[in-house]
Design a protein around this ligand. Structure first.
Ligand SMILES: Cc1ncc(COP(=O)(O)O)c(C=O)c1O
Length: 319
C-alpha cells in the first residue's frame, strides 16, 4: 500500500511540505546504511490523541545513535516535540504511525570519511493500519522459521534500531511471504529462538510467559517491555531466556509484539498448529490490557501516554 501522504514532515528543525522532504543521492546513509530510526504509534483515546511511550522511543533512537557514534544535532526534547508537531500539524486525530529517522547526510563520501557528514533528522507521521496485512487479524498469523539467521552478536548490534539491520529482516520477511506465510522467525546463531523480522516473539507454556533474552539478537522492543509489565501485574510469571526452536511447536500459545503488529497471535509455525490454533487466554488477557491503555480501561500508571495538544498553533511551513 502506498504511504498515505500527509501535509508536513518535520525535517532538520522545521515543518516542510511532504514532497519537499528530500535528500541528495550521495547521502552517506543511502550508501552505507548509517541511519537509525524509530516506529512509534499515536492512538485515539477518550482524552484525545496520545503518543505511546514517546520518551522511551526517543531514548532508544538516541541509544541507537550512540552505539553507532552518530552525532545527534537535536536534544531528545526537540525530537519529542517534533513527533507531537507532526501529529498536530497534520490533524491526525484518529492516531498515526510516526517515523523519526536520523542519518548521516550529504558531505564526504567514503565509509569512514575524514569529516563526518552532517546528521539529518526527520519525523513523518501518517495513518497506518495493521502491519502483518492479512485480512482477518482475529485468525492469527501463520509463521515459519526462516532459513536466514539473525545477525550474530559482535557483528551488527541487534539492540540498535539501525537501517542496516533491516537487510536481515528483509531476507527473513520476504522469504516467509514468498513461501505463503505471514511472517518469518529468525533463529539466533546458536540455533535458539530470536525474533520475527520486525517484532519480538513470546510463547506461553504451562501458564508461564517465555521470551528470548536480549542476548539472543533481539531488539529491546517497547511493546515487549509493555507486555512483560502487564503480565507481571496480572500475576503471570515471565521468563526471559534461551528458548529451543522446538518449544515453539509445543507452546500452548505464541504471539508477536511490536509497535506495528501490536500483539498478534501466532496460529501456526512451519504449518504446525500452536495450541488449538485459536487466540489463547493469556494472549487475550494481555491484548485486552494493552488495548485498554488506549480505551481507558487499563490505568496508565506508568505515564506512557503523551497527549498531543491538537489546538497548538500550527507552525507555518517553510521551504
Ligand atoms: C526487529 C524488530 N524487533 C522487534 C521490534 C518491536 O519493537 P517495538 O515493540 O519497540 O516496536 C521491532 C519494531 O520496531 C523490530 O523491528
Amino acid at each position: 500500500m502506498p504511504i498515505p501522504a500527509t501535509q508536513f514532515i518535520w525535517f532538520n528543525g522545521k515543518l516542510v511540505p511532504w514532497e519537499k522532504a528530500t535528500v541528495h543521492v550521495l547521502s552517506h546513509a543511502l550508501h552505507y546504511g548509517s541511519s537509525v530510526f524509530e516506529g512509534v504509534r499515536a492512538y485515539e483515546t477518550p482524552r484525545g490523541v496520545a503518543i505511546f511511550r514517546l520518551r522511551d522511543h526517543t531514548r532508544r533512537l538516541f541509544d541507537s545513535a550512540k552505539i553507532y557514534r552518530i552525532n545527534m544535532p537535536y536534544s531528545a526534547e526537540v525530537v519529542n516535540d517534533a513527533c507531537r508537531q507532526v501529529i498536530a500539524a497534520n490533524a491526525l486525530k484518529r492516531g498515526a504511525y510516526i517515523r523519526p529517522v536520523a542519518f548521516k547526510g550529504y558531505g564526504e563520501i567514503g565509509v569512514t570519511p575524514r569529516n563526518e557528514p552532517p546528521t539529518d533528522v526527520a519525523v513523518a507521521a501518517w495513518e497506518w493500519g495493521k502491519y502483518l496485512g492479512h485480512d482477518d487479524e482475529e485468525a492469527g498469523a501463520d509463521a515459519c522459521v526462516s532459513s536466514w539467521q539473525r545477525v550474530a552478536p559482535n557483528t551488527l548490534p541487534a539492540l540498535a534500531k539501525a537501517a542496516g539491520n533491516y537487510l536481515s529482516s528483509q531476507l527473513i520477511g520476504a522469504e516467509a511471504r514468498r513461501l505463503g506465510f505471514h511472517e518469518g522467525i529468525g533463529l539466533a546463531t546458536d540455533g535458539t529462538l530470536s525474533e520475527g523480522s520486525g517484532e519480538n516473539l513470546f510463547l506461553v507454556k504451562d501458564g508461564v510467559l517465555l521470551t528470548p533474552a536480549l542476548a539472543h539478537s533481539v531488539l529491546g522492543g517497547l511493546t515487549r517491555d509493555t507486555v512483560m509489565r502487564l503480565a507481571r501485574e496480572r500475576g503471570i510469571e515471565v521468563r526471559e531466556m534461551s528458548i529451543p526452536r522446538e518449544l515453539l511447536y509445543l507452546a500452548d500459545e505464541a504471539f508477536f509484539t511490536g509497535t506495528a503488529v501490536e500483539i498478534t497471535f501466532i496460529r501456526s509455525v512451519d504449518r504446525i498448529t500452536i495450541g488449538n490454533g485459536k487466540l489463547g487466554p493469556v494472549t487475550e488477557a494481555l491484548q485486552s490490557g494493552f488495548y485498554g491503555l488506549f480505551s481507558g480501561r487499563t490505568a496508565d500508571k506508568w505515564g506512557w501516554l503523551d497527549y498531543v495538544d491538537m489546538s497548538a498553533p500550527r507552525v507555518a511551513a517553510s521551504g
